[in-house]
Design a protein around this ligand. Structure first.
Ligand code: FE2
Length: 349
């Protein structure tokens, strides 16, 4: 069997997103960025007899190549461009190749009922982590469990023991496609998360060697001990890595930078923890998605509906953790232990 082309992969993706003859698809791009993504999606949509078009914004000087991870100027190139926003609101599915994040413009597009799929990662990463209905089932089984839970606690051998009081915020899922009107997803990905009530996180998190820090895109070499009280980091202790993290967080000059953000776990068996050792491209979907990681995060919770809007957002996928929902183990030493959540090749029969 020959390797599928990216257009083939886009067609499968559009099918997963519920695109059928007559569906409408807009591909959002900026300047010449990711031109081949745009062409492939448009060709795939044509193969499915969907009605598709490209909304191409001027290159401008605000381009985000996906390496930075935030709109440093706080506004997307869509801001103020109501005709473009209206065009995107009018379709069934928007493919975002410029990284709208959770901007006001994106929320307006979603509120109109359009599905939004982000697609900016290197094609090799997209190819390595295909989405599937089976992944969606497993992630949604996790969503049900996480939505019912009142507490989430996780530990590791390095000394982590922290508890989140849940229930204040919804559970968000990412399984790499979206066929639900108004829903956002990111191709590729495979994890889920929620947030604690704003003062509802207490304990200690100790990042161990091998845990990942985004946006540094690096592996922790020396343990970092974070003391957390009432939802905020109150102390950062350790050697070199603690110094790096402390100075980075302080550089935002913002007390909200120390807030605790989303918490959840990775479920994608094709994602590679070790990828950053040899391939640092993209915004890190291997690292955030890898199977059995606990994705610990600090900073804003606006994405969940919370009040923290700091620009300092740090995602820290951690290995070898044990995570409990209301005292029931879900992940043990970095391995998912609940049958309905396990990847098919890890279920023992
Ligand atoms: Fe995050």
């Amino acid at each position: 069997m020959s390797t599928p082309t990216f257009t083939d992969m886009c067609r499968e993706q559009l099918e997963l997103c519920g695109i059928v003859p007559g569906s409408t698809v807009a591909v959002l791009s900026q300047g010449n960025q990711r031109r081949s993504y745009v062409e492939s999606f448009l060709a795939a949509a044509a193969q499915l007899d969907a009605v598709a078009f490209n909304v191409n914004l001027p290159a401008g000087d605000m381009g985000n190549d996906g390496e930075v991870g935030v709109w440093t100027v706080g506004a997307t190139p869509l801001k103020g461009n109501q005709p473009a926003i209206d065009a995107l609101k009018s379709v069934d599915l928007v493919i975002d190749t410029i990284f709208l994040l959770f901007s006001k413009e994106q929320l307006e597009i979603q509120a109109a009922g359009a599905k939004v799929l982000l697609c900016i990662e290197p094609i090799e990463h997209i190819r390595a982590m295909p989405p599937s209905k089976r992944l969606r089932e497993r992630v949604e089984a996790g969503q049900e469990m996480l939505a019912k839970a009142r507490t989430l606690r996780f530990t590791n051998e390095a000394g982590t023991d922290v508890t989140y009081q849940l229930g204040a915020y919804p559970v968000m899922t990412q399984y790499g496609y979206t066929d639900t009107p108004g829903r956002w997803d990111h191709w590729p990905s495979g994890f889920l998360f929620t947030g604690a009530s704003d003062d509802g996180v207490d304990g200690t998190v100790v990042l161990a060697p091998g845990d990942i820090i985004f946006p540094f895109k690096s592996y922790v070499q020396t343990p970092i001990e974070l003391t957390i009280e009432k939802g905020f980091i109150t102390n950062i202790a350790g050697d070199l890595d603690a110094d790096l993290l402390r100075e980075y967080m302080a550089s935002f000059n913002d007390p909200d930078a120390y807030g605790i953000s989303h918490i959840g776990w990775g479920m994608l068996e094709t994602a590679q923890w070790s990828i950053l050792a040899h391939d640092r491209r993209g915004i890190g979907m291997h690292g955030r998605s890898f199977y059995g990681n606990v994705l610990f995060s600090t900073g804003p919770n606006g994405e969940l509906g919370g009040p923290n809007e700091t620009l300092c957002h740090i995602d820290m996928p951690m290995r070898n953790c044990t995570l409990y929902l209301d005292d029931e183990p879900i992940v043990v030493d970095g391995d998912i232990v609940v049958d309905v959540l396990k990847a098919d090749d890890r279920v023992q029969v």
